[in-house]
Design a protein around this ligand. Structure first.
Ligand SMILES: Cc1cc2nc3c(=O)[nH]c(=O)nc-3n(C[C@H](O)[C@H](O)[C@H](O)COP(=O)(O)OP(=O)(O)OC[C@H]3O[C@@H](n4cnc5c(N)ncnc54)[C@H](O)[C@@H]3O)c2cc1C
Length: 443
């Protein structure tokens, strides 16, 4: 039986980041991936000259680990930074796109954030008492500021970015910094003033807090990691079962049994739950309880000439009261020039999520027709956009709800019992690609 010091199960960005870290530390390990490709939900493809992302769209360099790994695998110089106008974002309200403020001056005169409201909100925040326990995102922002703040600023962001339902999502697990500020100082403003700033290395400054992509899409990260980890990965190896055995773990795939001192699980929650059934039933039950929101990602194209007044910016999110099937829309070809042929536009529309999960079960032709009509009106196009590609994610993004408190307790109990196993996936400790990289490099 082959024995390794470490076995990593799952070749998404979480598992690959751990593998990269272990290789740097010259550890003896193997990564087992179920499918014939790496990258999990990071999937890029070029279709008819358009560069699309079926899963993750853009990545922000917002921690040192992400910067360092990119530098090390030689992809920093390949980064495509966005056009400067991509900072602009819109909120869909009454079928109209309202630009969000981009600087202090525009903020004061904006219909959503006029100076009078900003003063009221700042006053309420500054003189609030510290909160003792976690609350839902909706509860927190409605009580701290008001329903208007929640409806127009928080709901669009949470439903657009996390595709989640702020009514059940936890403040502590989704916005850990804000939770820490209000717990320690009572106020977000005070917390921001008092907490130390992140140290940004000089060489990372040009890239810091910028979203980016690559000529061949985000899969470039995966391809370079795969080259870096040559010989240390086995594809088409679906792990079926794990078993603790005299201080080791036995790992069973369809055609082999392996042994390891340290096991790292980087697979989705239902699979992790299955592995732990009969080993740690309480944790297994908590993992089954994690809800993943379903999503449909539609890519549309159209000639720039049919866009009467082309808009620059990242895209739009919808306000809570907006009656639309669209969760959010990204103006890909306005952010990055390289994603569409000259004279054409590429946009990505997200549908479903926690607030409209049933839409994902509608007939795709019917849904596409409905969205084409909506987009034509919202963007003021002369004709309907053409569908380039559709991607259905039955389990797109895990929701960090108030139930994560029980999960945390079960995880701690589990780690007390087994010190030689680690669960590192996007359902715990951060969903974004940079979060997954940071966790992987901190093992
Ligand atoms: C539509 C969508 C849009 C997103 N947009 C963004 C974005 O713009 N920016 C951002 O930062 N993040 C975004 N995210 C989130 C981010 O992409 C994910 O959270 C992250 O990529 C998850 O990586 P992971 O490795 O934890 O999981 P996964 O990518 O799910 O990888 C898990 C891997 O485990 C393998 N596996 C499963 N079972 C087994 C088994 N039994 N044996 C062996 N291997 C197994 C799978 O095949 C897969 O390769 C988005 C996600 C989605 C779905």
């Amino acid at each position: 039986m082959t024995r390794y010091d470490y076995i990593i199960v799952g070749g998404g960005i979480s598992g690959l980041s751990v593998a990269y870290n272990l290789k740097k530390k010259q550890k003896n390990f193997i990564l087992l991936e179920k499918s014939n490709r790496l990258g999990g939900v990071i999937q890029s493809e070029k279709i008819d000259g358009f560069q699309i992302e079926k899963g993750a769209n853009t990545v922000l360099i917002r921690n040192q680990e992400t910067f360092l790994i990119f530098k090390d695998i030689g992809i920093l110089e390949k980064l495509k930074l966005p056009n400067s106008s991509a900072k602009k974002r819109y909120i869909l309200n009454n079928q109209k796109l309202i630009p969000l403020p981009t600087g202090p001056f525009s903020t004061f005169f904006h219909p959503i954030t006029p100076l009078s409201r900003l003063i009221k909100w700042s006053f309420k925040d500054y003189f609030s008492q510290p909160i003792q326990a976690d609350v839902t995102i909706k509860n927190f922002f409605t009580n701290r500021f008001d329903f208007f703040f929640y409806e127009n600023l928080i709901f669009p962001m949470v439903s657009g970015i996390y595709a989640g339902n702020p009514d059940i999502m936890s403040l502590e697990y989704n916005f850990p910094k804000i939770f820490q500020y209000v717990k320690e100082y009572g106020s977000i403003i005070k917390g921001f003033q008092k907490s130390p700033r992140n140290h940004i290395p000089d060489e990372a400054k040009p890239y810091w807090n910028k979203m980016f992509s690559f000529d061949d899409g985000l899969e470039t990260i995966i391809q370079h990691l795969e080259i870096n980890l040559k010989g240390l990965i086995q594809k088409n190896q679906s792990v079926k079962q794990i078993e603790p055995y005299e201080g080791y773990w036995k790992v069973f795939t369809e055609n082999q049994i392996l042994e390891t001192y340290q096991l790292i699980l980087s697979v989705p929650a239902p699979t992790t739950a299955l592995f732990l059934k009969g080993i740690e039933d309480e944790l297994s039950q908590q993992l089954i309880g994690i809800q993943y929101v379903p999503l449909i990602v539609l890519h549309f194209t159209f000639p720039t000439a049919i866009w009467k007044r082309p808009l620059n910016g990242f895209g739009f999110l919808r306000s809570e009261k907006e009656n639309t099937s669209i969760l959010g829309c990204i103006f890909n070809s306005r952010i990055f020039d390289h994603v569409a042929p000259k004279g054409y536009e590429l946009i990505t529309v997200m549908i479903g999520g926690a607030t409209q999960p049933d839409l994902v079960n509608e007939k795709i032709e019917k849904l596409v027709y409905k969205i084409q009509k909506e987009i034509k009106i919202i963007l003021n196009l002369q004709k309907k956009p053409d569908l380039l590609h559709s991607q259905k994610w039955e389990m797109a993004i895990p929701e960090y709800t108030m139930l994560h408190h029980n999960l945390e307790k079960s995880l701690l109990k589990f780690y007390k019992r087994f010190s030689n196993i680690k669960i590192l996936s996007n359902f715990w400790g951060g969903i974004g690609v940079p979060d997954c990289i940071q966790k992987g490099l901190s093992v």
